[in-house]
Design a protein around this ligand. Sequence first.
Ligand SMILES: [Zn+2]
Length: 256
Amino acid sequence: MKELIRLIRDSNYLVALTGAGMSTESGLPDFRSQGGLWCGKDPNEIATPQAIGTDDFFEFYQMRIEDLLKFHPNIGHHVLAELEKEGILKAVLTQNIDGFHQQAGNRKVIEIHGHMRYLVCSRCGKEYPAVSYREGTYYCTDEHCKAPLRPPIVLFGEPLDSVAWPSAIQEVERADTVVVLGTSLQVYPFAGLVEIAHETGSKVMIINKSSTPLDYLAELVIHESIGKVLSEVEKSVLGSDRFQQLKERAGTAQKG
Ligand SMILES: [Zn+2]
């Protein structure tokens, strides 16, 4: 812990890479990496471009969009937002599509796999509100289009966003310290960011419940809950009083 706090304090350009473990601490189910089934079906087959327009696709993403109203950012998200406000954390690069980092107050967030704040037409790209599925609008209302709606996320087999991905690489190259939070680093190209960080001379820290294939590149590896570890960082960087206020705010947000 002391080493982690020292590395964070000594950093000039700290970047966080976050994955599913960050969201599961909020209670959000993680379909992608648990190998879990949804209604007896494999979500990895639903999260593909081929499935767009099927009932499974609509129902699965309707549920995931509704989950975002049920769950909220956790203390780990709030600590990252505070670290950005303090000028310590420069950017969050995330695999998560839940938008919790922005909800917690982070401003510089690069969503490498997209988001579910709204839906888009899979053909013409017209934007629709996230509640469209729930309200029974599954297809583009433009008479000449009528293509199925989808969330602007990166499905399996789709290329990464042509703006988000290069800026993620840029941030990692700029960073002198990179903290990896809640990802098993098995999904490429996301995991490649850690390799880039290492190659460009950054100090890498990995905080994840289980070990990852890239642990050997890290200065420091902690197998522990993110909320617990970041709480310790925050207490030390901000002081106990301000941490207590933050915890209360996170508690209220989770209840609300
Ligand atoms: Zn359309």
